[in-house]
Design a protein. Structure first.
Length: 552
């Protein structure tokens, strides 16, 4: 009897233990799932139909090199006299056409041939931005210039590699076009984790998917270069859950590296934006006005990493990129390797697309621009060409805002787009700055969900440009005022001050206006323009005074 009771006790104990272990296992598993879900929660965003065909990503197509290449050069480069080729000059493939300046990278010739013309053009669809265009006639030989490469990059210092990346004209290819060398420089000593952004969340675009499928090994080599430069401890590759082939290819390549991990993320737009990607992967928010390096994380787009590898190991400057070409109904979708500067009408012609029946969007369907000039060339940041039926957008007439708040509920940056819209429209720059317009990542979601068809993104882009211009002027003003004050105090202390010269702040601003020849980005304030503006302001105030006098 006692043995029976003992046996029963033993069995009961084992059963309780078993159930307890089972409950614990379930608890840990459920907690993991909850945490996993929670960490992948993204505020706002929209789920779009992907409009991507797997077939298009598997094959990379090539088109013949065009006879005419148009290289767009920012106007500021011309003002700073950074173009180093002349009309009639022969150029080789990879030869520098213009030097870099501040945030603008050097530009290289994508073909060998002759510079036939350097002209200027303003593109209305590109927020009225004015460019200088270097026209090159290709000789079809692709004669390369001797290049510097660092195939054994571990023998060089990080600074030397970064300099080579800068000299190769590598910029962020995910859209922003930020100098990769600057990003690397900022991240030295600040970053412990590298995030490889392979999430192309915008519909239709499959260029990164195609790149991974065809060049996975080179992408990992590029990662290794960044790991070496920044002394990175951990590499996370983020890829969308519908890119299985690319996922398998990367997984195979990273087997030998224990500090590399690949994550599948949910396909939601804009998960490809770096701040959103950090939120998804780490459940951390990048502080307002700061970069991801403030959290010890550096994010690089997969195409940028590939370009870094090509620059360092192969000595190739950034002169070509993969571009997705598709139409709205997906009757065709392909990925083509295109030289920078190739005109869009040439690409369409070579792909047998009747471009006269189409409106063409450069960039994704949400953030892209409808171009009105098909000779517009491919830029380093152009990843997609989308053909729409002619007049497809004509029925989208803008109507007044009805304050439905759909835009603010979907904004991934938790901004108030309806407020920003009113401030941008009324040129209230202080208010739009107060409402953090500079934090807008230009994802275009607000515009997509707006029932009034308000082109919000266009308003915000214009406003941001204007604000940049104001901030630039303010900074210059502060700098010159500081110089002026220190000069005055120097003169004061040496007893050399000329009492007859009195600089009022107005006078000083005028002096500064003449010194500020151009702004940072888009629209340039020339001396003529500032004089014209002042004249206009004067005429307006005279008219106002006359009107007031008449009323009285
Ligand atoms: S475009 Fe800017 S304001 Fe609009 S949803 Fe995106 S981040 Fe928000
Ligand atoms: S979605 Fe459009 S209509 Fe609605 S509040 Fe925003 S801007 Fe106004």
């Amino acid at each position: 009897m006692i043995t029976l009771i003992n046996n029963f006790k033993q069995h009961l104990f084992m059963c309780v233990n078993f159930v307890w272990v089972l409950i614990r296992l379930c608890y840990i598993h459920v907690k993991k799932i909850i945490l996993f879900r929670k960490s992948r929660d993204l505020y706002g965003g929209i789920e779009c139909i992907s409009m991507k065909t797997s077939k298009s990503s598997s094959r990379l197509e090539y088109i013949p090199i065009p006879k005419k290449i148009f290289i767009l050069v920012d106007d500021i480069i011309v003002l700073q006299k950074k173009i180093i080729v002349d009309v009639g000059q022969s150029v080789l493939l990879g030869q520098v056409l213009s030097l870099g300046y501040k945030h603008i990278a050097p530009i290289h010739s994508p073909v060998s041939g002759i510079v036939t013309k350097i002209s200027q053009k303003k593109y209305n669809f590109f927020l009225n931005k004015r460019f200088s265009i270097i026209n090159i006639r290709s000789d079809g030989k692709d004669t390369k210039i001797d290049s510097i490469l660092m195939s054994n990059y571990k023998k060089f210092s990080p600074d030397e590699i970064i300099q080579l990346i800068y000299n190769s004209g590598v910029v962020g290819l995910g859209g922003a076009g930020f100098l990769s060398s600057k990003k690397l420089q900022y991240s030295i000593g600040n970053a412990h984790t590298l995030v490889v952004n392979a999430a192309e969340s915008e519909p239709y675009i499959t260029s990164d998917d195609c790149l991974i499928r065809n060049f996975a090994q080179e992408v990992i080599q590029g990662c290794q270069i960044i790991v070496w430069i920044l002394k990175i401890k951990c590499v996370l590759i983020a890829i969308e859950d519908d890119k299985n082939i690319a996922y398998i290819k990367i997984k195979k390549e990273i087997k030998a590296f224990p500090n590399y991990k690949i994550y599948k993320i949910k396909r939601i737009y804009p998960s490809g934006s770096s701040k959103q990607l950090i939120k998804i992967l780490f459940n951390k928010e990048v502080p307002l006005g700061k970069h991801s390096t403030s959290l010890g994380i550096v994010v690089f787009n997969v195409s940028t990493i590939f370009s870094i590898k090509r620059a360092v190991i192969n000595g190739e400057p950034l002169i070509e990129r993969i571009v997705t070409l598709s139409d709205r109904r997906l009757s065709y979708q392909k990925n083509i390797l295109v030289r920078v500067g190739t005109p869009i009408n040439y690409i369409l012609k070579k792909c047998n697309i009747n471009y006269k029946d189409n409106s063409v969007v450069i960039g994704g369907p949400i953030t892209g621009l409808i171009i009105d000039d098909l000779s517009f060339p491919i830029l380093k940041t152009s990843n997609n060409i989308l053909c729409l039926e002619l007049n497809f957008m004509d029925n989208r007439l803008e109507s007044p805002c009805i304050r439905c708040t759909a835009c603010s509920r979907t904004c991934p940056m938790r901004l108030l787009p309806e407020q920003l819209y009113f401030y941008s429209k009324s040129f209230d720059h202080n208010k739009s700055r107060e409402y953090h317009i500079n934090e807008c990542i230009e994802c275009g979601i607000c515009e997509q969900v707006c029932p009034s068809n308000i082109p919000l993104l266009r308003y915000f882009r214009k406003e941001k440009l204007k604000l940049n211009e104001i901030i630039f002027k303010e900074n210059m003003s502060k700098k010159f005022k500081k110089l002026f004050v220190s000069r005055q105090s120097r003169l004061n202390s040496s007893g050399l001050i000329n009492e007859n010269i009195i600089y009022s702040s107005n006078n000083l601003d005028r002096v500064l206006d003449k010194k500020v020849v151009c702004n940072t980005d888009i629209e340039y304030i020339t001396i003529e323009k500032s004089q014209f503006m002042r004249k206009k302001e004067l005429e307006e105030s005279i008219a106002r005074a006359k009107l007031k006098r008449n009323i009285e």
